[in-house]
Design a protein around this ligand. Sequence first.
Ligand SMILES: [Zn+2]
Ligand SMILES: [Zn+2]
Length: 343
Amino acid sequence: MAAVFLVTLYEYSPLFYISVVSLCFVVTAAMVLGWFGFDVPVILRSSDETESILPTPEKQMVQVTNPFALEMGSGAASVTDGVSVRACCLEPCVLSCFWGCEVSALQGALQVHQHGPRLSTPQHFQEALHLHYHHCQSFHIGSDDREERHTQIPADRGITDFGPLPRERYPLVAVLTLAEPEARDTYNIVASVTVIHVPDDKYGLSARLVFQYLLTSQGNMYELKPLFMSADSGGVSGPPDSEHHSTTPSEATEEAHSMEQRPVLEEEVEEEEEEEEEEDKRWSEGTDRDCVVCQNAAVNRVLLPCRHACVCDSCASHFQHCPICRAFILESFALTQGPAAEQ
Ligand SMILES: [Zn+2]
Ligand SMILES: [Zn+2]
């Protein structure tokens, strides 16, 4: 079959025949040389063997205590019936719920925080939003107060939805600020802003946290992003962690979770895209989650950009792709540094 083809090709054009056979020879020779370890241009090699083990760059992180946490409460949520949220804060806080807050007004307020006076009290937020919201409701939250708060727009306002998509208003913006002025000097983070989607007749997507920002006293703004960790610790002690993948930050007491904001080191430099991660502290306090690769050491590496926390320090150096999702690893950082990580 191949011989017939070659003969036909030769009869058709001897020159073309010679070039095809030569090309095949060169490619075969390159592959053979490549197998024996000779340096052949990458374009001639198969892609499997090109995965050389380069260490992934370490992302420099700073550990910061976040006094605020907010998560969705239980029960149904709707614009007409309101929504329950649960705040869990290290210090007494004020929870301000801005219903129907204009998207542009919130962006403007966050700009004010970055370039003007810092937004560290509910009054600051109200002024910065210029009343571009339908309704504001405030709650005082004590420290370690995990009670759910129910907020809703008063029925006499007659607001049942926020119009067709795309919308100009967020259904609910929940702002947490420290209640006591002296506490504001203790923490680098002065406010947390959570945008919550609440379903209505026009857009029935279930209630959820859309995004969360933390505002610092230096005028920076960080978006909170969840880490993806195994929720199952393999039957070791410790309660089941239902909140592992939630975007809620948490606190540093034993009972609750701890959350660490870890922006890149250079605080003064213009920083826009800095990652900031939250994590659950409990795993490092005994319930060690095993590395998915060696099953032997505790998980201590967060892979970026996919944010899977699934391998230990030594295994992380052997991969260029995330073992969970196969995403290329651009950077990684350690959940805990120093001897604590070594067990
Ligand atoms: Zn490992
Ligand atoms: Zn991944």
